[in-house]
Design a protein around this ligand. Structure first.
Ligand code: MRU
Length: 350
């Protein structure tokens, strides 16, 4: 087992940090068996890391893309070629994954800085881009700590919650969104159990969420995804806690495939679904979830999960990575600014 120290940012573990002209990035494909921290200095390698899900989770890929722009613009480029270079770097990063809006939101923020500083001295331009990327990172960590406090306040005492995928520190700048709520509730003595859906086909629940919880001694039990309904029927869940990849103007929530099924089951059993997400996940330019581009991934992830051949070779597979939960099934959206309740009228403020 390769042992490496976790990157930390503003005192909390983070999936990636910028250091001395490069990025230290946890390779999440290798967790939990190996903690490998990659060193990335080239923006194309960073784009590959997002595509291959070495870094994943909506806020984390936004932050990664922001640092990716910094890497792409740090090489010496002739002043006349700067605009073309920025276009090339941002197009490469925009083309990595289509669903999480945080990626596009972060690149747009860097683009504004580029426009403002493109005629400055190259060193000043680079400094301004790096400062903005670090600012996005810091805002995310602080925002998640607020999400944690707001979310914990609406949970009952001794809460038993159900989670899907990984919306922890690994999926964000640090601290986590849905797991930020779990962390805050645990610290306040309000939490009794986290049920963790394994989250096929890439197992972000069993590989990543369980790893995060076990590191901190937070009590959890893993379940197979299809056990969620029976667990609810047994009266063992007080709330479903999920993250989000994009929230549209009407409050529809796009998140990891399986979230919609949990929402329908929760509705049937009168269990609330709380979605924890920073405002950078809101895309008010889209009216409803029907307009969100849903990533469909390679069928090999389902035929041979984590490389273990389970299905006949060549079996046809439909493998959407996300689904859309209609707003009417979302009991509350917990943001860094407070808790929103239906009816939702989302605005993009940045
Ligand atoms: O495909 P992934 O692992 O990037 O999907 C991640 C999720 O769906 C998370 O729930 C979402 O990005 C929120 S992370 C704070």
């Amino acid at each position: 087992m390769t042992k490496k120290r976790l990157p930390t940012f503003h005192g909390v573990p983070s999936p990636l940090i910028y250091r001395d002209g490069g990025i230290d990035l946890i390779d999440q494909r290798q967790l939990p068996s190996k903690l490998v921290v990659l060193r990335i200095t080239d923006y194309v390698d960073l784009a590959d890391a997002i595509r291959e899900m070495k870094v994943r989770g909506a806020p984390a890929i936004g932050i990664a893309a922001a640092y990716g722009i910094v890497l792409g613009m740090q090489e010496e480029v002739k002043r006349t070629d700067l605009v073309d270079r920025f276009a090339q770097v941002s197009a490469e990063l925009r083309g990595t994954r289509p669903t999480a809006v945080n990626l596009f939101w972060a690149i747009t923020r860097l683009e504004r800085i580029f426009q403002r500083h493109k005629n400055d001295r190259p060193a000043s331009l680079r400094e301004a881009l790096l400062t903005e990327a670090k600012q996005i990172h810091e805002e995310d960590v602080k925002g998640n700590q607020c999400i944690g406090r707001h979310g914990s306040a609406i949970l009952p005492q001794d809460a038993r919650v159900l989670t899907i995928c990984n919306a922890g520190f690994l999926a964000s700048g640090g601290y986590g969104t849905a797991l930020g709520v779990v962390r805050a509730a645990w610290k306040q003595g309000k939490l009794s159990m986290v049920y963790v859906c394994e989250t096929r086909p890439l197992f972000q629940g069993s590989r990543l969420t369980a790893w995060e919880l076990s590191r901190e001694g937070i009590p959890f039990q893993l379940i197979i995804d299809s056990a969620a309904g029976y667990l609810m029927a047994k009266g063992r869940i007080d709330a479903v806690l999920a993250g989000a990849d994009r929230i549209t103007q009407n409050g529809d929530v796009t998140n990891k495939i399986g979230t919609y099924a949990l929402a329908v089951l929760g509705d049937h059993h009168r269990i609330p679904l709380y979605v924890a997400a920073p405002t950078s996940t809101i895309d008010a330019s889209l009216g409803t979830g029907d307009e969100v581009p849903i990533e469909e991934r390679d069928g090999e992830e389902v035929r041979a999960p984590l490389g273990v051949q389970l299905a006949v070779q060549g079996a046809r597979v439909w493998n959407p990575a996300f689904d859309v939960t209609p707003a009417r099934l979302v009991s509350a959206i917990i943001t860094e600014r407070g808790v929103l309740r239906p009816p939702y009228h989302m605005r993009t403020e940045n």
